[in-house]
Each structure stands twice: as structure tokens, then as C-alpha cells.
Design a protein around this ligand. Structure first.
Ligand SMILES: *Cc1c(COP(=O)(O)O)cnc(C)c1O
Length: 356
């Protein structure tokens, strides 16, 4: 298998891929209800929560939409420091919410003081914040931001996009007082694409009941009513749920703390390689992602040529995202990637630097 150092979809363990080939059962059956209940229970530790975990057939963006449709009648504060948080603002606006933009430079984090300031000027029902901006490699201090929200505006619901961090970086939903934490299957969770998961707090579910026009497919109230009967309103992505259960067992076997430590070790290794080889990390020091590093292309490398070279060695990395394309390139170190994979990749990039 040729390792991909691309921030999603990432490489999937062979056994997890094979778990998808189990036979279908009717989704209105005891077998499915048991599977669904077990899998949701096994997912709770990733969020460090007692809250219900919803599993839906969509990518993560679907749950960004669910958050704004269910948790705000009108007023949303959208924290933006990269392309995925920008998308979430667009999702809110196209769902007719009154979403205000709170932006930091894209190489910098959303700081608690900025949020406190915005919340002291206007009342917001919902704050949206991306934990790990996959487009820039900035990791936002969500625990500290949540603390100021509780302090300045305790009724504001906090929704975190943890698409490229959940299961790779510690997130304590209950201890930090987060109301909704969402992720997709194909990044840090290292599953095929097509599933999205979110844990949702009791108070967020209660708030949703009074929000009009929640839609149908992503209506959390409808989803919860079915979930209480261990079922789903629409047909679930059964093969992916088989794979999810298998992957959750693997993660439990590795141990969450070990998994977090593996990600952190890989991140530090990449970061020191970057500076030792004349490059610069895009993200501000102190707020660098443990799952993906965006590297400034200050040496003016031709990205396509570099990646073709890597592909000839059975690896690949990612270009910068959106407006950072060409100006940065990205190395993902998430999911099942190991330090030795990273060492092989960096050695190959060094070989490339010698021949150009
Ligand atoms: C990839 C990504 C998304 C979009 O997720 P999809 O599963 O592609 O819909 C949202 N937020 C972040 C932080 C991401 O990395």
C-alpha cells in the first residue's frame, strides 16, 4: 500500500476495508439496532462525552449544515481562519441565517479575547469554530475559547468542527462544555468517506426543538427520536457502520492517549524537519496542528514536479488549499500514519531537493 500524506481521504487499514464486505441486513431489524447501539457507545470516548452520538450518511459538511439549521433561529457567530471555517459561514448564510464573521489572519488562531469581545457586543445563539483548520494547519484553542463563551455569554451554544482532529487530538466535550462536536469519517478517523458523526449536548437538543425550519434529513429532533429506538429516519450507510465499529475497536486497542501521542510525535518531527531544511511552517508557533502541517513554499518548489517524484516512490502529499495553493504545500500526519512513514516521506523529499 502506498501511503498518502494527504489530509483526507487517508489510508484505511485493510481489516477495516474488509469489514465493509459483510452482508446487508434490513435496517429495521434487531441485528442493525444492536450494531447501531454498540457503535454509538464505542464512539462516545472519542468525544469524551456521555451525550448521544449521531451517525449520518453524509460527509462532514452535512453536519456543518445540521448545526446552523438546528441550533440557531437567526444569530450565528462564525469564527474564521481558513477555508473550512469560511465554508461554514457560507453554509450558514445560504441557510438564511444572520451569520457574522469573526476573522483572524489565516496563519493565526482564533483567540479567546476576540471571541469575548464579539460576544460582549451582540447576543449570539450559536458560535461555530473549527478545531483544526486543515487548509492552514492552525489548531484553535477550543478549550480556552469555550471557557470565555461560558463566562461572557453562557447561553450561546458552541459547535466545534473536529473533522481533522477527532481521534487524533484530545477533545473533552463534556469537561469543556461543548454543545456539538462533528467529524467526517475520511480524515482523522481513517475510514472511507461517506459517514459523519456528531455528539450533541442535551441543552442543544432542547434548543433545537424550538428552532423552526430545521429541514428533514438533518433535523436533530427527528434523528434523536429515531436514535432513542436505535434506528435512523432514512437508510443508514450500513457497510460504513461495519467499518466504523471495526475501526473504533482498533482505536480502543491502540489506546486514545497513545494515539494522541503518536500524532503529536509525528507533528513535531515534521515541524523540526521543516526548519532544518530551509522551509517555514505556515501556522504561528504554539498553535500548530498535530494532524497536518502546511509548509510555506519559500523555496519556490514546483508542487506538481515534487508530487510526481513522490508518486514514483509510492507516496503523495497535498498542495495548499484554495488561496494557499502554490504558496504552501501540506503533509498530513493523521489516521493510521506512523512515524516511520513520515521519516520515509521526508527522506524522499530530501532526495528530490538534491536533484533539482
Ligand atoms: C475536510 C473538512 C471539512 C469538510 O468535510 P467533508 O467531509 O469533506 O464534507 C470540514 N471541516 C474541516 C476542518 C475539514 O478538514
Amino acid at each position: 500500500m502506498s501511503p498518502m500524506f494527504v489530509p483526507g481521504p487517508v489510508d484505511v487499514d485493510e481489516g477495516v476495508l474488509l469489514a465493509q464486505s459483510q452482508p446487508m441486513v434490513p435496517h429495521r431489524s434487531q441485528e442493525f439496532e444492536d450494531l447501531y447501539l454498540r457503535t454509538r457507545g464505542k464512539a462516545q470516548p472519542l468525544f469524551a462525552t456521555q451525550a448521544q452520538v449521531f451517525i449520518v450518511a453524509s460527509s462532514g459538511t452535512g453536519l456543518q449544515e445540521a448545526a446552523v439549521r438546528n441550533l440557531a433561529r437567526k444569530d450565528v457567530l462564525s469564527c474564521i481562519n481558513g477555508a473550512f471555517s469560511q465554508r461554514w459561514l457560507d453554509v450558514a448564510l445560504t441557510n438564511a441565517k444572520q451569520a457574522d464573521r469573526l476573522e483572524a489572519d489565516w496563519n493565526r488562531p482564533i483567540m479567546p479575547e476576540m471571541v469575548a469581545d464579539a460576544l460582549s457586543k451582540k447576543k449570539y445563539e450559536l458560535l461555530t469554530l473549527v478545531h483544526n483548520e486543515t487548509s492552514t494547519g492552525v489548531q484553535n484553542p477550543i478549550q480556552e475559547v469555550a471557557a470565555v463563551v461560558h463566562d461572557v455569554s453562557p447561553d450561546t451554544l458552541i459547535c466545534i468542527d473536529a473533522v481533522s482532529s477527532l481521534a487524533g487530538v484530545k477533545i473533552e466535550m463534556d469537561a469543556w462544555g461543548l454543545d456539538m462536536v462533528l467529524t467526517s469519517s475520511q480524515k482523522c478517523l481513517a475510514l472511507p468517506p461517506g459517514l459523519a458523526l456528531a455528539a450533541v449536548s442535551e441543552r442543544a437538543l432542547a434548543y433545537a426543538k424550538d428552532v423552526p425550519d430545521r429541514g428533514w434529513y438533518f433535523d436533530l429532533v427527528r434523528l434523536e427520536a429515531h436514535l432513542n429506538k436505535d434506528s435512523t429516519p432514512a437508510t443508514p450507510a450500513m457497510s460504513l457502520i461495519y467499518a466504523l465499529e471495526r475501526q473504533l475497536d482498533r482505536i480502543q486497542k491502540e489506546g486514545l492517549e497513545n494515539r494522541f501521542a503518536r500524532h503529536s510525535t509525528m507533528a513535531k518531527h515534521v515541524q523540526s524537519w521543516v526548519t532544518a531544511n530551509g522551509f517555514e511552517v505556515f501556522a504561528q508557533d504554539g498553535y500548530r496542528s498535530n494532524t497536518v502541517t502546511a509548509i510555506k513554499n519559500n523555496l519556490g518548489l514546483e508542487f506538481e514536479a515534487l508530487n510526481s517524484f513522490l508518486i514514483s516512490r509510492g507516496m503523495r502529499i497535498a498542495n495548499g488549499y484554495g488561496q494557499l495553493r502554490g504558496k504552501t504545500f501540506r503533509i498530513a500526519h493523521m489516521g493510521e500514519t506512523k512515524l516511520t512513514d513520515i521519516q520515509n516521506l521526508l527522506a524522499a523529499i530530501e532526495d528530490y531537493l538534491k536533484i533539482i
